[in-house]
Design a protein around this ligand. Structure first.
Ligand code: FES
Length: 198
């Protein structure tokens, strides 16, 4: 693995670079941030964000922005949870032991999450920072193996991830999708970016 892949700052830089076309250059991004209200600036700088997951049905995914990154919240169905048993032998780091983007202790389990049904991961590929696409439908389809169980496909260089965000073996991405710090404020409210409050 090259040093560049392991360095989150480098990865963020790549993301920003990728986004230059969309926002018209880094130079224009700075005054944009400066125009934020104090609470918006705090959020951009890394303050935790809350997510209301009360309406998130099984099979649905929502995206919350935290530190300028997309955080995916996926409400997995029983079938999707069961698929993780099948992918266990096919992924590169099934127990999330790699250290570049350390998985919090509470997500070092077979579901990579605090509650089995709810996956919370940063939606950025650990290779060079592209955002993978949802490929939830199981079965054969373009760019995916015939025994596909559902997961995510990074369009940039073909890395694939299962429904726990675990990267499959022999793919360019060196790591699983990052699990951010998070905690439940209630059954329907998540706090992302902070895991000490209960
Ligand atoms: S950035 Fe995802 S595979 Fe290269």
């Amino acid at each position: 693995m090259s040093e560049s892949l392991a360095d989150p700052a480098r990865r963020n830089w790549v993301m920003i670079t990728c986004g230059v076309g969309a926002v018209g250059g880094v130079a224009t991004a700075v005054p944009f941030v400066a125009s934020f209200t104090p609470s918006e600036r705090a959020k951009a700088a890394g303050a935790p964000v809350e997510a209301d997951i009360g309406g998130l049905k099984p099979g649905e995914k929502m995206v919350v922005e935290w530190r300028g990154k997309p955080v995916w919240i996926l409400h997995r169905t029983p079938e999707q949870l069961a698929s993780l048993k099948k992918t266990d032998a096919q992924v590169a780091d099934p127990k999330s032991e790699r250290k570049n983007f350390p998985t919090p202790e509470y997500a070092k389990n077979e579901y990579r999450s605090r509650k089995p049904e709810l996956l919370v991961v940063v939606g950025i590929c650990s290779h060079l920072g592209c955002s993978p696409s949802d490929k939830f439908a199981p079965g054969p389809q373009p760019s995916l193996p015939d025994d596909w169980q559902g997961g995510f496909l990074c369009p940039c260089h073909g890395s694939t991830f299962d429904l726990a965000g675990r990267v499959f073996k022999n793919k360019p991405a060196p790591d699983n999708l990052e699990v951010p710090p998070y905690t439940y404020l209630s059954d329907t409210r998540l706090l992302i970016g902070e895991d000490k409050k209960a």
